[in-house]
Design a protein. Structure first.
Length: 570
């Protein structure tokens, strides 16, 4: 009966986790859903590999990995037709070999009896199991079925289906394609499959954005991965109009309107993951450029402790958002992760005893238990008008997506001074210059001093791939502002198959955190310069963005080149 033991019991008996960790994980699972194994990995109690090795031992099931070279299906056995790609990727299962009526498959959860039964039904074979990690399995599935082949087949089939009437000339902004024909072609199976594959491939690659761009005589397809845009195999120019129309139909946009920018969105489901896509169109001289922003809560943990803050920074941030009233500001350029940090802070503050209201443009993540409002300027629902209404809604905590003007800033500050905790973002280069920025838009100094509780400036930097990073001995490095590296060896990027030969995988934050206490308040009130505010904050433990980045260089998390390319220097 060992085969039917529960995963938690197996991991405890193997000494991988403690009973109290299983209990905590089960509580988390009951609240947030998901498989127990995935929860244990998310809470960082175990690694994927530890789970499958423990299962392998207990169930007497072989364990294979991508690195061993054994996670490769047998050739010429028609396995790709026996277990179709859609079934394999949806259930994370890979056929390995077939002998007479016996099929060997690789799974990451051999205790999933329902999946085993489904495999038996679709193949008509008896099933033998082998285990591997989910990440290795997903890569092996894509390698075996060939995502490029599937992508190209979808492009070709869509091209064949549309080339008889879709003759969009991307060198001219006028087309004679009727609206009815365009809708019909956008709804055809090949085009639907192609758009689905573009989205699924982007999500699988960990992209944050998909760019579909018309140019002279061609279409460009690019994914933004870890902050960098990469070119992808592009569909033919004849597919441009059906693809754009399909995306606009999904996003509930007006497909007949091509002269004005539009915004929309939709959701996709991959397994048990529900992913929001925010869509924007922009008219250009060759047609509409489309950008799809991928908002995947499962990929980005909305927990302050898991965003990459140092212990000291995390302690300061928690103190700043722990006040019952006042203004909390996240500052930095677009794409620096401000909204993610704000959502993580809200998640930490969220409680049934608090009334939390947000006004955003747009709403990026939907959070349970929080009342979220979308700005609609066309009907007069602006940040300022929503905030006025919020003050009559008995709020405890208010989140304002962005302080854009004096009117919004004044209402935020009024709310912060009348017993509400207000969280918002502002576009400045660093934390210390936030005070001057508020003064510039017209907020009096005495109101800034009275309302501010904490300022967090942040940037996102790429993390080195931990599988291929290369150590090198540091020599006399000339760093800006007299900064220094205190370790003899740091790491640089190399590139391997696990990071698509980029050398980096994933991103983390670097920060400049100013906790506004009485001493800092006094410095600001005296009209101190940006540099004087910074120096006063550094005496309280504030690190500059550069210093925060260099600390991550010393820890082997990122490279010196990456930090110097991103951090603000003084």
């Amino acid at each position: 009966m060992a085969r039917y033991k529960r995963l938690g019991d197996i991991l405890i008996s193997e000494g991988v986790v403690a009973p109290e960790q299983i209990k905590e994980s089960l509580d988390y699972q009951a609240k947030n859903g998901g498989r127990l194994g995935e929860v244990l990995v998310k809470l960082e109690y175990v690694t994927e590999e530890q789970i499958v090795i423990a299962l392998s031992k207990q169930l007497a099931v072989p364990y294979v990995s991508l690195a061993s070279g054994r996670l490769k299906p047998a050739a010429d056995q028609n396995l790709e037709n026996l277990v179709p790609y859609d079934f394999a990727i949806r259930n994370v299962v890979l056929p390995l070999s077939k002998s007479f009526n016996s099929l060997t498959v690789v799974m990451f959860d051999p205790l999933d009896l329902i999946l085993l039964d489904n495999i038996k039904k679709i193949t008509g074979c008896e099933v033998n199991t082998v285990v591997s990690t989910k990440s290795d399995l997903l890569k092996a599935i894509e390698n075996f079925y060939g995502k490029e082949k599937f992508f190209q087949e979808a492009v070709n089939s869509a091209q064949n289906a549309t080339e008889d009437i879709v003759t969009a000339d991307l060198s001219n902004d006028e087309t004679d394609l009727s609206l009815d024909k365009l809708i019909a072609k956008a709804e055809e199976a090949p085009v639907v499959k192609l758009v689905d594959l573009i989205i699924r491939q982007a999500i699988g690659e960990g992209a944050s954005d998909i760019h579909i761009e018309p140019h002279y005589g061609k279409v460009a397809l690019r994914y933004r991965i870890d902050g960098v845009l990469y070119d992808m195999p592009a569909p033919a120019s004849g597919l441009y109009l059906p693809i754009v129309s399909r995306v606009k139909i999904l996003s509930k946009m007006d497909i007949a309107e091509k002269r004005l920018p539009q915004d929309g969105g939709f959701m996709v489901k991959m397994g048990k993951r529900v992913i929001d896509l925010r869509v924007s169109t922009l008219p250009t001289i060759y047609g509409e450029k489309v950008v799809l922003r991928i908002l995947d809560k499962t990929r980005i943990p909305l927990e302050l402790a898991k965003l990459g803050f140092s212990t000291q920074e995390l302690e300061m941030i928690r103190k700043g958002i722990g006040y019952s009233y006042g203004l909390v500001l996240l500052v930095g350029p677009t794409g620096s992760g401000k909204s993610t940090t704000l959502y993580a802070a809200l998640n930490e503050l969220n409680s049934s005893s608090k009334n939390i209201l947000t006004v955003e443009d747009p709403v990026e993540y939907r959070l349970d238990g929080i009342n979220q409002t979308q700005v609609k300027t066309e009907i007069g629902l602006t940040f300022a008008s929503a905030l006025r209404c919020f003050l009559r809604q008995d709020p405890d905590i208010i989140l304002v997506g962005e302080v854009r003007d004096l009117e919004t800033a004044e209402i935020c500050i009024r709310a912060a001074l009348t017993g509400h905790l207000v969280l918002s973002t502002l576009h400045t280069n660093d934390a210390a210059s936030t005070v001057n920025r508020l003064n510039d838009i017209g907020v009096p100094q005495y109101l800034v001093v009275a309302s501010l509780r904490i300022i967090v400036a942040q940037r996102l930097i790429r993390k080195l791939c931990q599988h291929c990073r290369e150590p090198y001995e540091i020599k006399e490095e000339k760093l800006p502002g007299g900064a220094r590296i205190s370790v003899p060896v740091i790491y640089k990027a190399k590139g391997c198959d696990k990071c698509n030969f980029v050398g980096y995988k994933g991103r983390t934050v670097i920060n400049e955190v100013i906790l506004v206490d009485e001493d800092i308040r006094e410095v600001i009130y005296k009209g101190a310069s940006t540099n004087e505010i910074l120096q006063a904050a550094r005496k309280k433990g504030t690190m500059t963005l550069l210093e925060s980045g260099l600390k991550k260089v010393e820890e082997g998390i990122t490279s010196l080149e990456e930090v110097l390319s991103v951090a603000v220097t003084y």
